[in-house]
Design a protein around this ligand. Sequence first.
Ligand code: HEM
Length: 343
Amino acid sequence: MESTGLPASTSTLRRLGLAFALLLTATYCLIVLGALVRANGAGLACPDWPLCFGQVVPEFDLKIAFEWGHRTIAGIISSVFLMLSILALRNKEARAVVRRLIPLAAAVLVLQIILGAITVWKLLAVWSVTLHLLAGNAFAVLLLLLVRALLEAAEPTPREWLARSSSACVLTSATFGLLIVQVGLGGMVSSLYAGMACPEWPMCFQGRFVPTFFGPQGVHVLHRLSAYALIPLLAICAWRTRGIPRLAFWHAAALLIGIAQVVVGIANVLLRLPAEVTGLHSALAASLVLALAMATRETWRGLGARRAAAGGAKRASETSASWVSANWASAPECSRISPDRGQ
Ligand code: HEM
């Protein structure tokens, strides 16, 4: 490892990690606030962008306060991200850890801001609302990866939690992929106003489980089916990784959040989409994304460390997907381990 063992460097890395963790918390709250903006029908309460009714600070009613608050907090988060990124990139130890993640997070943030503007200009077009939701979650995941990379560089973690097999990586990654599809489908359900397209549960409409796969009702059906597929996958992931420290924790957390999410999704339908339940559904979705992102990251790092320990770290990092490479690069204790340090 580089000089991350030095106390001064360690405390800088830790402070940066904690600062990014606070930013992640704010971003999580912003995602939930975004859901509440939509659930309260306030998406176009400020009909222009970047100003609101041509003003920096408009006259407020509740809806305008929701939408203006969402934009203002987004602006603050963007500025703090810029500031922290500059600080991190100017520090030698931190730069070694975050040099790939920060440009990626910055690109997603820029995309997110553009999508936010398009969402207003295009009057809440389904595709822009859905991509805005996905990009917001992607930014939160990248912040989480930054936090973990910085904190783990400050305090390298023991490696007894290594993944047992590469198939754990494949399964967890596939489940994470399905979750992204599920969040996209959820965004489509809400932006198509299809929440009540299936007003019954467990059936969808007039006693039929799958009346159609097309149109808003079809999207709602797919959202339900995808949720029902996710839960057993999360359960298998949790079962396969039981007993492996960290992996077991994140997989179990993902499973529990997933089950709670299905219950809240059902309540959302049966209670006719109250804003609080919709807000909770979005909060749980973001929590699930973060928990499963952590599980996926830990699984891949375990595999990376296993390969590295077997003397193949360099070859493995070259042949891996770029997402994985980026994370190994931000995980020096895995990517730079030498066989003589032992496992
Ligand atoms: C793991 C499972 C699930 C995930 C990750 C998930 C995720 C989401 C997301 C991200 C949204 C969009 C929220 C927004 O626009 O702010 C959404 C909307 C919605 N979901 Fe789910 N969902 C899941 C399961 C379910 C289930 C099982 C049901 C019903 C049986 C359901 C019913 C709904 C409804 C009705 C909406 C639209 C809410 C509205 O229009 O206000 N969801 N979901």
